[in-house]
Design a protein around this ligand. Structure first.
Ligand code: GRF
Length: 216
């Protein structure tokens, strides 16, 4: 089996990155994590990646004059490694259409809400304020509009009456750590196909342990 060369872009603690690295330790996982790139030196995830024996780099956006130059450096680094799939995992830079289109259907992101509800920041506070009964996370292909793009996997969790932001985000995060490896597995094994901006998934799969979107 050819395992797809995958990079993970982070800006912070990297718990989703860790979940992907852990999943890819399995020789049967269809993606191998080649490199972790952070746009900031103080991302806690860098140490975790190094601890797992993964190559890391920092491409500090502040060192570049403007977004285009930063993205050109990022693009070059990814291509130099022969990267085939890019996973955004708490990567806190907006990417322009130029970059995004260069990685069309090869660039995926995780967002801590059931998109299209609550794109952007402070999703858990907004979900609590709205009184929704379910929260969750979404892994989607990246398009130029932030937190928008064909949905690969969603996982739903209940919102409990006593929840605050911390308890809800912890419950969603646990779901993220299952949803992201599942989504990367589907994408890397070639089982996803984007048709009219919706993801079709081939082959059967019955994920367990949490409410994930049913797969055919
Ligand atoms: C996660 O909630 C992810 O959905 C969002 O940013 C957070 C990153 O957390 N995009 P971590 O760095 O993966 O722990």
């Amino acid at each position: 089996m050819e395992r797809k060369a995958t990079a993970i872009l982070i800006s912070g603690r990297g718990s989703n990155m860790q979940a992907l690295i852990d999943a890819a330790k399995d020789a049967d996982f269809p993606a191998r994590i080649v490199r972790v790139i952070s746009n900031t030196w103080d991302a806690g995830g860098l140490k975790r990646a190094e601890g797992a024996g993964i190559a890391t780099s920092v491409i500090d956006h502040r060192a570049f004059k403007g977004r285009a130059a930063f993205e050109a450096a990022l693009d070059q680094a990814l291509r130099a490694d022969g990267i085939e799939i890019v996973c955004l995992a708490g990567f806190m830079r907006l990417l322009t259409a130029g970059f995004v289109e260069g990685w069309h259907d090869k660039l995926i992101n995780i967002h801590p809400s059931l998109l299209p509800a609550f794109p952007g920041l402070d999703t858990h506070a907004r979900a609590l304020a709205a009184g929704v009964r379910f929260a969750g996370c979404t892994v989607h292909y990246v398009r130029p509009t932030m937190d928008e793009g064909p949905i690969i996997v969603q996982a739903a969790v209940p919102v409990l009456p006593e929840d605050d932001e911390a308890s809800l985000s912890a419950r969603v995060l646990a779901a993220e750590h299952k949803a992201y490896p599942l989504a990367l597995r589907l994408v890397a094994s070639g089982r996803t196909q984007v048709v009219r901006e919706r993801v079709q998934i081939s082959g059967g799969e019955a994920p367990d342990g949490l409410v994930l979107n049913p797969l055919p």
